[in-house]
Ligand binder design. Structure first.
Ligand SMILES: *[C@@H]1O[C@H](CO)[C@@H](O)[C@H](O)[C@H]1NC(C)=O
Ligand SMILES: *[C@@H]1O[C@H](CO)[C@@H](O)[C@H](O)[C@H]1NC(C)=O
Ligand SMILES: *[C@@H]1O[C@H](CO)[C@@H](O)[C@H](O)[C@H]1NC(C)=O
Ligand SMILES: *[C@@H]1O[C@H](CO)[C@@H](O)[C@H](O)[C@H]1NC(C)=O
Length: 356
């Protein structure tokens, strides 16, 4: 047995030795080739380094992280932290100079999701494009995919950011339950970067907004401090456990929601923005965005509602003629955005006359 082991060991050592010798020989023979390999490897490494530097620079242009005076950089945002009155909003992608013009009448914030590239494109090519001018500005507000903030800015997204310069990305996870947080970011962003505008329009990426009609409505306003939209009164928290909107008693203890505006589109006069933002910090966080911002917080801040029938959350027919006389329409697929736009702006198409 010992002998066998010894032989096996010797044999193995032999094989190893053989291998070593042949590797050494190969190394000598292929030294020249190896030099070429090393050169190639170095080039690849250098290339990667250059790419890395390019990407970090690209990031640096957009990354705006608020550092605290004591050197802290917080990565989490929770209700308890928000109660101490400090501002916690941080932006991964920002357009701080969007409102650089002196006279901005309206800043439009379209709340979007990171992967809604087509929806944003459709808005840019339809009502969003015709809205933007010297005094009307538009940004899309999105969150992040994951907690790790930089890992998910992929090529598609970074191209979109640098091509259109209309993306603001807040440092929060994009999810249905975080829509309220998105709106708090919206208030903070406008307060910080666009506080000289007159009005803020909050809307979503499945909405059509008839901007000229909106301006007609705003120009007729005599009041200067208000929230304007489709007022919903007497709504109750949903108690049906199978519903998407199920609200357990402990998250909203009252029987009725305070009167609030449909979150699909509403206007905030900038003169009350700061007050409203402050109220979001002192009120108990509630995940239904419109109930919280335009109901709970507006009530706490004592802000007046103006009801508009024509800021609808109805879904128009695909060709969208009804939107000629409305301010907003809801649930518009990106594919239909173009025909709605054509119907609204093009009086000669005849589509709308026929449908009457
Ligand atoms: C980036 O992510 C989005 C959303 O997940 C995806 O639609 C897109 O194809 C991705 N782009 C690349 C180049 O991976
Ligand atoms: C909301 O975003 C915050 C900040 O990124 C995150 O900590 C939290 O888990 C998110 N909540 C939900 C329900 O996605
Ligand atoms: C921008 O567009 C709005 C709405 O169409 C219009 O009322 C306003 O006069 C325009 N402003 C400028 C400077 O062109
Ligand atoms: C909002 O809160 C900040 C900080 O607490 C305060 O300085 C500011 O005056 C408040 N704004 C309004 C309009 O109440």
């Amino acid at each position: 047995m010992r002998l066998m082991l010894f032989i096996a060991f010797e044999w193995k050592r032999d094989v190893l030795l053989q291998q070593y010798i042949s590797i050494e020989r190969m190394w000598r023979i292929h030294r020249k080739k190896n030099n070429v390999c090393i050169t190639i490897l170095t080039c690849v490494c250098l290339g990667n380094l250059l790419l890395y530097i390019a990407f970090t620079n690209l990031r640096a242009e957009y990354v705006k992280i608020k550092h605290h005076s004591d050197g802290r950089i917080q990565t989490k945002l929770n209700v308890k932290e928000m109660e101490d009155g400090e501002e916690h909003e941080r932006y991964i992608v920002n357009e701080p100079f969007k409102c650089n013009q002196r006279n901005v009448d309206l800043i439009i914030v379209v709340c979007s999701s990171l992967d809604h590239f087509k929806q944003r494109k459709a808005i840019r090519e339809t009502w969003g494009n015709s809205a933007e001018n010297e005094s009307v500005k538009l940004v899309f507000l999105v969150g992040t995919w994951l907690q790790s903030r930089f890992s998910k800015i992929n090529i598609t997204f970074s191209k979109e950011i640098s091509t259109y310069r209309d993306i603001v990305q807040g440092d929060f996870i994009d999810s249905y339950r975080n829509l309220t947080l998105k709106s708090i970011y919206m208030l903070h962003w406008v307060k910080t970067y666009c506080s000289h505008a007159d009005f803020l329009l909050k809307t979503d990426d499945d909405m059509y907004i008839n901007i000229p009609n909106l301006f007609k409505a705003l120009n007729k306003q005599i009041l200067t401090k208000f929230l304007m939209g489709n007022l919903i009164s007497g709504a109750k928290p949903v108690q049906d456990k199978s519903s998407k909107w199920y609200t357990p008693k402990n998250t909203f203890p009252e029987v009725y929601y305070p009167p609030y505006l449909s979150g699909t589109s509403y206007i905030i006069s900038i003169s009350v923005l700061s007050k409203l933002y402050n109220a979001t910090k002192s009120s108990k966080y509630f995940w239904l965005e419109d109930v919280f911002i335009t109901g709970v917080c507006a009530k706490a801040a004592g802000i007046f509602h103006i009801h508009r029938n024509d800021m609808t959350f109805n879904t128009p027919e695909p060709f969208g003629c009804s939107l000629k006389s409305l301010i907003s329409g809801h649930k518009i697929k990106w594919q239909n955005m173009y025909s709605v736009y054509q119907a609204v702006i093009n009086d000669d198409s005849g589509v709308c006359d026929k449908s009457k």
